[in-house]
Write a protein that binds this ligand. Structure first.
Ligand code: PEP
Length: 255
């Protein structure tokens, strides 16, 4: 049975009070969750958000970024050990915004994945194609390369500790969502690649999330797809009611 997850990527939104208010509001509406919920606030607020979630089972905190080096002269950066020391459990790696605006290469992401796993944190590894690639029907090759160059060096044990998020770039923050068929096809393809590179049982065990304009109206049909195990949510994770509806949608697919 794969772990079902809804993760909220707050990106560079919310100051301290807004962040704490959002967690408080979320917990007031939904004190228990049957699926795993991962909140990824801006870095300075991770510690406080962890504190607010400490009594809640199934709620975890994730970071939006990490530096793969252990420590040292990397001004402004945050290490895996620092994240671990504040009970952060997940790290988003390879988000298309970081690939684009911070020139993060496949090779660099590979180092990040290694560093995160070495610290017993769980990477949420993002992959997904831009619109021009989708328009040329080259999305499978594009995603295959992303996985091959940043993930498939991992041992069987380590790949099993990764979460993958398929996020078509053309759907992120645009209001355009992949159709349920497009999402299912790509999730199934990712699982096939894992089966080919590792084996069927590894492929069957890995959680694959969908991300890209997922919202309360489309979450349930997306999550009902057999290879979609939850969502990585941007905009809709900033509104407690919407985020809770998305969590409920995933829980409903469980029953
Ligand atoms: C994201 O940035 O990971 C994301 C899925 O954003 P949105 O839900 O706003 O499209």
């Amino acid at each position: 049975m794969r772990t079902k997850i809804v993760a909220g990527n707050w990106k560079m939104n919310n100051d301290f009070n807004q962040s704490i208010n959002l967690v408080t509001e979320l917990l007031a509406i939904k004190p228990t969750a049957k699926v795993n919920v991962v909140l990824c606030p801006p870095m300075p607020f991770i510690h406080s958000v962890v504190g607010h979630l400490s009594q809640q089972s199934n709620y975890y905190v994730g970071a939006q970024n990490v530096n793969p080096n252990k420590n040292g002269a990397f001004t402004g950066e945050i290490s895996t050990h620092m994240l671990q020391s504040v009970c952060c459990k997940y790290v988003i790696i390879g988000h298309s915004e970081r690939r684009e605006y911070f020139n993060e290469t496949h090779e660099f992401l590979k180092f990040k994945v290694d560093a995160v796993l070495e610290s017993n944190l769980t990477p949420i590894f993002c992959c997904g194609e831009p619109l021009e690639v989708r328009n040329q029907n080259q999305q499978n090759d594009f995603v295959k390369k992303q996985l091959a160059e940043s993930l498939f060096h991992l041992s069987e044990q380590n790949i099993k500790n990764c979460v993958i998020a398929y996020e078509p770039i053309w759907a992120i923050g645009t209001g355009l969502t992949a159709s349920v068929n497009q999402a299912q096809e790509m999730h199934q393809f990712i699982r096939l690649l894992i089966a080919q590179h590792y084996n069927e049982s590894v492929a069957a065990s890995i959680t694959i999330l969908y991300g890209g304009s997922c919202n309360p109206s489309n979450a349930e049909t997306l999550f009902a797809q057999p290879d979609v195990d939850g969502g990585l949510i941007g905009g809709a994770s900033l509104k407690a009611n919407d985020f809770v509806s998305i969590i409920n949608a995933l829980e409903n697919t469980e029953s």
